[in-house]
Design a protein around this ligand. Sequence first.
Ligand code: F6P
Length: 328
Amino acid sequence: MSTTIKRIGVLTSGGDAPGMNAAVRAVVRSAAFYKVECVAIYQGYQGLIDNKVKVMNARGVNNIINKGGTVLKSARCLEFRTPDGRKKAFETIQKHNIDGLVVIGGDGTFTGAMIFQSEFNVPVMGIPGTIDNDIFGTTHTIGYDTALNTVIEAIDKIRDTAISHNRLFFVEVMGRDAGHIALNAGIGAGAEEVLIPEEDMGLDRLLESLKRSEKSGKSSSIVVIAEGDKSGKNVFEIAEYVEKNLPYYDVRVSVLGHMQRGGSPSCFDRVLASRMGVFAVESLLNGKSNMMVGLKNEEMILSPFEKAIKGKSEINKDLIRVSDILTI
Ligand code: F6P
């Protein structure tokens, strides 16, 4: 590998996601493999601004592959959005002789990286780490699979109560503006209906569906609602609306919240993070920059940050069809 890069910095930024540690481990170890030094930057871009940098060798990432969250800590850094903040960050880069950066995070992280690269010409590679799976250029982001498994486990438990009390549960899941978690977990957990931002089904259709389901003999039901749903009502208002219109239902709401981001990463996320970490370092050493690694058809690919940020990670329409058929 012909490279001028002698020292790589790695950081995690934005919302934490299970598997970020596996990605950090892969970056640190593949740097060591290619005899390049690696430094860890703590607390995302804030750590770059505040000079929170520590040399990391292959043994420094022992026993983290199975851990949720991020040992490097994370932040949504407002200061990095300012030219002054980015100037301070560049001073840290110079101080520690960092020749290239690997940033692990979501679209906010990549937007920051792209601006930083254009201002200071520091080579940067991105690794998509977010439970939302809302990044163009990869079929899976790190953390998404684990979050799905966490959500279906939670809904399975809610189902026990729903059945025991003949109740209708509205379960709100994360995903920001994307419905990937809601749609997939909805199918996986056998939800009656799934409300996602990409497809505004309208509340009347929801009422019709619930009426039909009651008539067909169902005594309990689960409706999964993506937090970014565009019906104009939040999960509590939707529950209230349904209760008012269909008074025979005993309605409850459950907002799963941040428990969806925690926990030990699934095997899928660990393998994905390991592959992405290795590929990000190799790409950087091969002179690539301003790009994000991704998974497509089982292969590692690169996409320019600009595309990753601006492109839309489309919902799989066939899943909507499957979900509709199965709620008969
Ligand atoms: O992007 C991950 C995510 O968990 C989203 O699903 C959610 O909308 C958001 O982060 C919550 O952000 P915070 O942890 O800053 O409240």
